[in-house]
Design a protein around this ligand. Structure first.
Ligand code: C2E
Ligand code: MG
Ligand code: MG
Ligand code: MG
Length: 281
């Protein structure tokens, strides 16, 4: 996934890496070790219902606490992992850790991101099912977040893989919806349960009326196809109000919470209405 979530943040890490192949090899080696030594961490971002703001799920987001570079976001190392053959061990680690940690949040959905490179790996479906079984996680609580990149290359193979996952009760969400050109075709063909509207739509909603119209259309389309619709990147009460008015089901964004360590999710779940103060009146 080439979209760079960290694009507003100047990255020494990335800038230096682009200049030096040697540095890239060092990063690769560091990452390989970090995976092997269990040094990566997962943060979880709440997904909340549009009415009332109860937490209905969490999205696992991987971070790399690096001794020199600090907390490195996934936008800076997922692509290296993909290029250097580390995406399968990394993804297996993420899924296993997420299933083990999220097990205690009964009734909550667990969303896990899947890289297109990982998806195309021949053992992908088998690996997912094996990890879910080994960890004892309820597959009907698991939701894989896939981007269009996943289905673009070999649609037939993708269709089979998705059907097999669904047969095991695993949910499928189309992530970053709206930034690819052929989204509508994929929605018709593949058995997604949910679409996640890319946060770039919300970013410009305040300034241009067109974005609001687009968001509105996407929510309608999703609902018409019987899908759940989640908006990503919700940062203001105004956005919440608008999304509620047009019938979006779920919201995710800094208005509620950024990705936080598992213990912070424990704490939020103890509260009656954790986000009451953040909701639009
Ligand atoms: P994504 O799946 O679309 O995840 C949402 C990203 O948007 C997260 O960035 C999250 O922190 C950020 N975000 C959420 N709400 C807001 C908001 O209100 N405002 C703003 N400005 N940002 C918000 P993060 O954690 O840096 O992840 C970036 C991307 O990296 C993810 O995009 C996903 O594509 C990928 N990623 C994260 N974890 C994993 C993983 O375990 N495996 C794989 N393959 N990819 C991952
Ligand atoms: Mg995602
Ligand atoms: Mg997304
Ligand atoms: Mg994204």
């Amino acid at each position: 996934q080439s979209k760079n979530e960290g694009r507003n943040r100047f990255s020494f890490f990335e800038a230096r890496m682009n200049r030096s192949l040697q540095l890239k090899r060092m990063v690769e080696e560091d990452l390989r070790n970090a995976i092997a030594r269990d040094e990566l961490v997962l943060h979880y971002q709440p997904q909340v219902s549009v009415d009332g703001g109860t937490i209905v799920g969490v999205e696992a987001l991987v971070r790399w606490p690096h001794p020199v570079h600090g907390m490195v976001p996934p936008s800076e190392f997922i692509s290296i992992a993909e290029e250097r053959g580390l995406i399968v061990p990394l993804s297996d680690w993420v899924l296993r850790r997420a299933c083990l940690e999220a097990k205690r949040w009964e009734g909550l959905r667990l969303a896990v991101n899947i890289s297109p490179v990982q998806f195309r790996h021949k053992d992908f479906v088998g690996d997912v099912i094996r990890i879910v079984e080994e960890t004892g996680f309820d597959p009907t609580r698991l939701e894989l977040e896939l981007t269009e990149g996943v289905v673009v290359e070999d649609a037939d193979a993708a269709e089979n893989a998705l059907m097999e996952l669904r047969a095991h009760g695993i949910g499928l969400a189309l992530d970053d919806f709206g930034i690819g050109y052929s989204s509508l075709i994929y929605l018709r063909r593949f058995a997604f349960d949910k679409i996640k509207i890319d946060r770039s739509f919300l970013e410009y909603m305040e300034t241009t009326g067109e974005s609001a119209i687009l968001v509105h259309s996407v929510v309608h389309l999703g609902r018409a196809l019987g899908l759940r619709v989640c908006a990503e990147g919700v940062e203001t009460a105004e956005q919440h109000r608008f999304l509620q008015a047009i019938g979006c089901h779920e919201l995710q964004g800094f208005l509620f919470s950024k990705g936080v360590p598992a213990e912070e999710i424990d704490r939020l779940l103890e509260l009656d209405a954790p986000f009451a103060a953040n909701l639009a009146a």
